[in-house]
Design a protein around this ligand. Structure first.
Ligand code: ZN
Length: 220
């Protein structure tokens, strides 16, 4: 069970499910030679995927490449089902960052066979999450920026203005198929610049001037 921090306090709910979108940034879809779909590609990670981004990141051994995908993460504060974007806005508790860790070689095999992605995306510890800051700080959801540095080199820079599906509309759309409960987290897709992690890497993830998390990659 993982209970996130919101404004430096433990949130009242632990993380339930994590609802994710694939291909929400055109430049990332292009770097993996994926078409940009009209309907968002959605997938889930279970609660045991959640862990603390500030703790050392454990990557699976002997499962091929493990890619980092740094994404804006949204912490849900109130139940949402068949919600409007206005209802979503009122229900979001916090904003932070998450790593959608992906076993890229396994995902490629699964994609080639037309099989589900869970083995590549939903394993234990596959979603390290930063602390969250209150959503009340956000004036414009599509004007946020975030950065991932690996070993001191910038790998990913995300601007939410580049999203194909804006955050509040996306969560409203998700809630028509998947009820979101307090403690659930939405991962809003990765910008380009994904790449493999190696044991010993140091990572720094930054969300504007609201938060910065340093961590490192370790073996099992
Ligand atoms: Zn992702």
């Amino acid at each position: 069970m993982f209970t996130p921090l919101l404004d430096n306090q433990h949130f009242e709910y632990s993380v339930g499910k994590i609802l994710c979108i694939g291909r929400n940034y055109a430049a990332h879809a292009a770097e993996l030679n994926n078409p940009v779909p009209d309907t968002p590609v959605l997938f889930l990670k279970p609660s045991d995927a959640a862990c603390d981004l500030r703790q050392p990141i454990v990557i699976p051994e002997n499962k091929g490449s493990v890619h980092h995908e740094l994404e804006l993460a949204i912490l849900i504060g109130r139940r949402l089902t068949h919600a409007t974007p206005e209802q979503v806005q009122a229900a979001v508790a916090g904003v932070g960052l998450g790593l959608d860790l992906t076993l890229r070689d396994i995902q490629s095999e699964l994609k080639d066979k037309g099989l589900p992605w869970e083995r590549a995306k939903a394993f234990d510890g596959s979603c390290p999450l930063s602390p969250f800051v209150s959503a009340s700080r956000v004036e414009d959801w599509q004007a946020l920026s975030f950065t991932l540095e690996r070993n001191g080199v910038v790998q990913q820079v995300g601007h939410t203005s580049d999203m194909l599906h804006p955050i509040l509309d996306l969560i409203a759309h998700m809630s028509a198929s998947f009820t979101l409960n307090p403690g659930d987290v939405v991962m809003t897709g990765t910008p380009k610049g994904v790449g493999p992690l190696v044991v010993g890497d140091t990572l720094e993830a930054t969300l504007g001037n609201w938060l910065a998390c340093r961590t490192r990659v370790v073996a099992v």
